[in-house]
Design a protein around this ligand. Structure first.
Ligand SMILES: [Zn+2]
Length: 389
């Protein structure tokens, strides 16, 4: 895999999935001027300005992971947390996780936070503009779920915490609305941390700072109050119901179903930690999520791909392809999956780049056609980033 930064010249490609509809164009020339895609020629003539010959490749708007934790590695939670006290070690750790993602064809990441705001600090201290959005520490209530994601707050401290995060260039604001799903009892979820008025206050305070809210929520009730409060995206959303999905579609709220962190618990060595009954609960839980994913796409919910990479059993980069495979097994078409993995993610992150005339260039290139074989995405040939890495 080669990472490119193309400012000027012409790219020849066998095929490109163009614009917001991923419209396929064959035998294409893309003309780049100052990093912006200025001209698209479907039936090109000879050129001397070629900078990339990708005549066996398909170009697609870059892959986007909407939910990662760069301060964690998916392998050893404790080891990672120990590094949090050493800025040098943490910086090389995050660089490694980020590179693992880029190596797998990803072109942008949204970090879902960590207690000390490590990923945000890394982004802020980088001399170049990294392809990361980072939420910093998550908002959570004292003594409730998520000690590794954010310091526990009293309700009256929330406003001040949002102003602090905004001052540190956090984007978006992450809030833990509920706990996590139980692997012991099917359908059980950790307690809700915020009620509707408090969540509304968070959304409004974030909005005043020009920020959107990324809400961790499981249970139908928790997702419902997220929708009512007007959050930007619902993360996880396990045990969501049909009616709530329809509400999400209506209110144009994004959904990041994160199936792989649950599904991967069934793989070795993770499965050895669970009893037979727990394995049954895990399987039933993620299969329900796959079913809801299909309904969500059917009813027009904008789904973005998020892996929760860094969570136990989910590696940065490869976790993305595992999540896409779970979408495929759920029954979604390659085209729908590619949409979730590229343009939906870009829309969710507010990126103004991709494979569209007049916009800064950002793409992932693969040998072959991902519309026919999604597995081809696992071996990307090139990524082109608008911002150098
Ligand atoms: Zn997460």
């Amino acid at each position: 895999m080669q990472s490119l930064k193309i400012d000027n010249g012409i790219i020849k490609a066998k095929k490109a999935l163009m614009g917001p509809s991923l419209h396929p164009v064959k035998n294409i020339h893309l003309e780049i001027t100052d990093g912006v895609l200025t001209q698209v020629k479907a039936h090109p003539t000879a050129t001397t300005r070629e900078v990339l010959n990708a005549t066996h490749s398909t170009l697609l708007p870059g892959l986007v992971d909407c939910h990662v934790h760069l301060a964690l590695d998916g392998i050893n939670f404790k080891d990672c947390m120990e590094k949090w006290h050493s800025p040098g070690l943490m910086a090389s750790h995050i660089k490694k996780q980020l590179n693992a993602g880029l190596e797998q064809g990803l072109t942008y990441f949204r970090d879902g936070g960590d207690r000390g705001g490590q990923a945000l600090t890394f982004k802020n201290s980088s001399p170049t503009n990294l392809p990361i959005k980072a939420s910093g520490a998550a908002l959570r209530i004292q003594k409730m779920y998520g000690t590794f994601l954010g310091p526990g707050l009293k309700k009256e401290q929330i406003k001040e915490a949002i102003a602090f995060l905004a001052g540190k260039n956090a984007d978006p604001i992450k809030v833990l609305v509920s706990g996590i799903v139980s692997f012991k009892e099917y359908g059980r979820v950790g307690p809700q941390q915020f009620d509707l008025p408090l969540l509304q206050q968070i959304v409004n305070s974030a909005r005043k700072e020009g920020l959107k809210v990324m809400a961790h929520a499981n249970s139908d009730e928790a997702v419902k109050i997220c929708i009512q409060a007007g959050v930007h995206s619902v993360e996880h959303g396990y045990f969501i119901t049909h009616d709530t999905l329809k509400m999400m579609a209506e209110k144009d709220i994004y959904w990041i179903p994160t199936i792989v962190p649950v599904a991967n618990q069934l793989k070795k060595p993770y499965r050895d930690r669970f009893t037979k009954d727990e394995l049954y609960v895990i399987e039933k839980t993620y299969k329900r999520q796959q079913e809801m994913l299909c309904w969500a796409c059917e009813w027009g919910v904008t789904v973005g791909v998020g892996t929760d990479a860094g969570a136990s059993g989910v590696m940065h980069g490869t976790g993305f392809h595992e999540e896409l495979q779970l979408y495929r097994k759920a029954g979604l078409s390659c085209e729908t999956i590619l949409r979730t993995a590229t343009i939906n993610g870009a829309k969710l992150l507010g990126l103004d780049s991709g494979l569209e005339q007049g916009k800064p260039l950002r793409f992932t290139a693969v040998a072959g056609d991902p519309l026919e074989d999604l597995d081809i995405l696992k071996t990307p040939e090139y990524i082109c980033l608008h911002t150098p890495c």
